[in-house]
Design a protein around this ligand. Structure first.
Ligand code: SF4
Ligand code: SF4
Length: 362
């Protein structure tokens, strides 16, 4: 089934759902799917009932450690599984004024990790300024989620490895597979070769080398309607293949589960895999993963300054359940005293060994 439908999906995925006016560009439609059907029928339990069994409902945050800022939905790629629905046609970009508000929060809060994401965060015209200012503001661990190909997309990005090095940025890069076929199938033709070149350039300035402080981690996510395998075993396979074939070194591999939202939800429905996938997520539910899901120590900020429990909730426009909803009104005490907004997509974070932007959590 997956094989026969994929070419059609891939062709359609040259534009974001928003640009092609796809039905699932509507967040209401996505929520209707996630809350209805097999869950409303009682075939599968709601996530809230599942976590109530172990006393975790309502889900509450721990101490804020990570500020994850989405600086815009523009991207040079249009990956089939993208939960952001990013692409070259997306124009939502964080302004310098909103970045100033984020810097103010960084100066005044306990967030020690800044996690910049997108889209391709490097495409925001104020990206470099923001990195420099955030470094001055005292961020200790500075993560940039790079799709790698941006480094080779245009001359103006060629020096990104040096720029990252200068600011000791921790580079977390998407790399769905160590083979050309699987990577290009998910992310587009030519992505594998550009990613390899970018990784070699990052290695050349010291990123990912054994004993190097310049952290280079890769992110794997499945290319179809299945859950990731064992993270350690995959890391070994990636390390062996990338070293043998291309002389590439990196530190860790994070295995991330695709959450059933946005373009991945669209893919699941178009390929008739939605119900099977939700069954697989619920069957793989691991209560031990609940306590450490990403939203327990992270606040996500959207390009226009709204606050969310995580990047996935941002894409579903599920704003934080707090009096404070925008970065301009940021108040850590009030935010810490909130219930995390959950729905059935959250099963993606608690399946198997769990899943977060940093890979497994249990
Ligand atoms: S590179 Fe990342 S943000 Fe860009 S389309 Fe692919 S998954 Fe989405
Ligand atoms: S999807 Fe977001 S809110 Fe739900 S469990 Fe995962 S991190 Fe938390």
């Amino acid at each position: 089934m997956e094989q026969s439908i994929l070419p059609e999906i891939k062709k359609a995925a040259k534009k974001s759902l928003k640009a092609r006016d796809g039905e699932l560009a509507s967040i209401n439609k996505q929520m209707e799917i996630l809350n209805g059907g097999i869950f409303a029928d009682g075939e599968l339990p709601y996530f809230k009932d599942k976590i109530a069994e172990i006393g975790h409902h309502p889900l509450r945050p721990n101490k804020l450690e990570i500020l994850q800022i989405n600086v815009g939905y523009m991207c040079n790629q249009v990956c089939e599984h993208c939960h952001v629905d990013a692409g070259p046609d997306r124009k939502e970009i964080m302004t310098r004024e909103t970045m100033e508000l984020c810097l103010e929060v960084i100066r005044n809060t306990g967030a020690h990790t800044l996690d910049l994401t997108g889209g391709a965060p490097e495409m925001n015209p104020n990206f470099r300024w923001f990195v420099e200012e955030a470094a001055k503001a005292g961020i200790k661990d500075f993560i940039v989620r790079s799709n790698l190909t941006i480094i080779r997309a245009n001359k103006k990005y060629y020096d990104l490895p040096e720029f990252f090095k200068k600011h000791n940025v921790h580079v977390v890069s998407s790399m769905p597979h160590y083979t050309r076929g699987k990577t290009d199938k998910q992310r587009g033709d030519g992505v594998f070769d550009k990613s390899i070149k970018a990784l070699q350039e990052l290695n050349a300035v010291g990123y990912g080398m054994p004993n190097s402080d310049l952290r280079l981690d890769l992110v794997y996510n499945p290319s179809g309607a299945f859950l990731p395998g064992d993270q350690m075993a995959m890391e070994r396979d990636f390390k062996k293949a990338l070293d043998e074939d291309f002389g590439i070194q990196f530190h860790n591999l994070f295995a991330i589960t695709n959450l059933p939202i946005s373009r991945f939800l669209d893919y699941l429905i178009a390929s008739d895999n939605y119900e099977d996938y939700m069954y697989a997520l619920v069957e793989a539910y691991n209560p031990a993963a609940v306590a450490n899901v990403m939203c327990t120590n992270t606040i996500s900020v959207s390009w226009d300054g709204w606050l969310y429990d995580c990047d996935f909730n941002q894409m579903l426009d599920l704003k934080v359940a707090s009096k404070v909803k925008h970065i301009k009104d940021y108040n850590e005490d009030l935010l810490n005293d909130r219930n995390i907004v959950i729905s059935q997509h959250c099963y993606g974070c608690t399946a198997g060994a769990g899943s977060s932007c940093q890979g497994t959590v249990a």
